[in-house]
Design a binder for this molecule. Structure first.
Ligand SMILES: CSCCC(=O)C(=O)COP(=O)(O)O
Ligand SMILES: [Zn+2]
Length: 204
């Protein structure tokens, strides 16, 4: 079997996520794009910190179908949405970090605005801490098709870049390749931790 060149990088990213504790239990899911039609997604219900090549399933982006008959991630529809909306997206990482989970509950509006942090420059195209970066926050939903429709609708009205938060659930982020998706994940996670600490310190 020929292995997609980005799959090794994705596996390494999954192991790194596991070591960081960002995909506890069976939380999280990860994928890479193969081409316009196909992507490779983690199988549902696995420990994402100890995945092997065999745990990635080929999935058709337009239909969410896996020809193998095995069950790809329960959140497949969010990965394929990103690949459909953003032709340049090459990798998607979804994690359940404590910071993303708690901050998305504390933030009551539909956007978390990051401002004043040098680390905003870890995000593609950002060049100053003086700019504001809005990360959308969507209410969590077990209806992934419905959730995907809400995210798609948001993207018709507001910029949808880097990633989004699912309230009380976690972060989904992407990049042109695994390296960029990893950088966005690490950068956003650091920014979430700073924002959470700041809000706790500033609490009256
Ligand atoms: C305890 S994990 C709940 C499901 C979830 O949010 C997740 O990220 C993992 O789902 P998958 O089907 O991709 O294993
Ligand atoms: Zn999840």
């Amino acid at each position: 079997m020929t292995v997609h060149p980005q799959l090794n990088a994705l596996l390494e990213a999954c192991h790194w996520i596991g070591i960081k504790g960002w995909a506890p239990a069976t939380g999280g899911n990860m994928s890479i794009r193969e081409d316009d039609r196909w992507c490779w997604l983690s199988e549902s219900g696995k420990d994402k910190g100890s995945l092997t090549h065999a745990d990635f399933l080929q999935v058709e982006i337009a239909t969410n179908q896996a020809p193998s008959g095995r069950r790809p991630s329960a959140e497949t529809g969010l990965h394929t949405l990103i690949y459909r909306l953003f032709p340049a997206a090459g990798a998607v990482l979804h994690v359940h970090t404590a910071n993303a989970t708690v901050l998305s509950r504390i933030e009551k509006s539909n956007e978390l605005v990051l401002h004043g942090y040098e680390m905003q420059k870890s995000l593609r195209g950002q060049s100053s801490h003086l700019d504001s970066v809005a990360i959308p926050v969507f209410d969590n939903d077990q209806d992934i098709d419905g959730l995907a429709r809400r995210i798609e609708h948001y993207g018709t009205e507001r910029p949808l870049s880097y990633g989004f938060l699912l309230r009380g659930h976690g972060l989904t982020c992407w990049g042109r390749d695994v390296a960029e998706a990893r950088r966005h994940l690490e950068g956003l996670e650091f920014l979430f931790e700073c924002e959470l600490r700041l809000r706790q310190l500033e609490k009256p």
